[in-house]
Design a protein around this ligand. Sequence first.
Ligand code: SF4
Length: 234
Amino acid sequence: MIRYSVIKEKNPREIVLLKGFSCAYGKCAFCNYILDNTNDEEEMKKVNFEALSRVTGEYGVLEVINSGSVFELNSVTLERIRKICKEKNIKILYFEAYFGYLNRLNEIREYFSEQEVRFAFGLETFDNDYRTKVLKKKFILNERVLEKLKSEYQMCLLMICTKGQTKEQILNDIEKGMENFKELVISVFVNNGTEIERDEELVAWFLTEIYPKYKEKQNIEILIDNKDFGVYVQ
Ligand code: SF4
């Protein structure tokens, strides 16, 4: 299990994977991250303080992820993040927050008022049917919702190459992602013991025909392996 890493390419930043309470939603069919959740606050504190102690501030940018949303971190962890940000002169702070927290993001912005807070969220796909019926991530995008998401979130996370997806869907997702969000993170799905399965044909097509076209784009990060950011739980 690796909880601290440094991303050196494109958008250099330090990244920590912290432990939080259970994801408030917790029903996405592809998600095994929630195995890292805990209700034991002593354990949470120990793990999180240890990971945060490694932050050096070398780029002034820190991404904090926690197998859920920032709202599921306990208060001592949030305080420690704020302290580390001050000590290490962190200027930009990334957090993940599920769609359901859309109207609460300002609470975090206010808490970290000395940093520019940027939020990421897992849209997974622009295809409403696939997202809600197959991935069981139950929110519907329409124009109004998309406008709101664009204004609140900096980074959109897409998941590609799962069974049932098509090439057209993947291409459309990437194009729309680029059109609507400042930063895009595309994860090629890796089997993880959930009911969702990787489609090897789509992976082969993506890696040979599509990946080379996008890999140099500054605002797109493509995770071929779920360990590519250097932090992972397995
Ligand atoms: S919202 Fe995120 S953490 Fe929660 S179940 Fe879905 S993918 Fe997992």
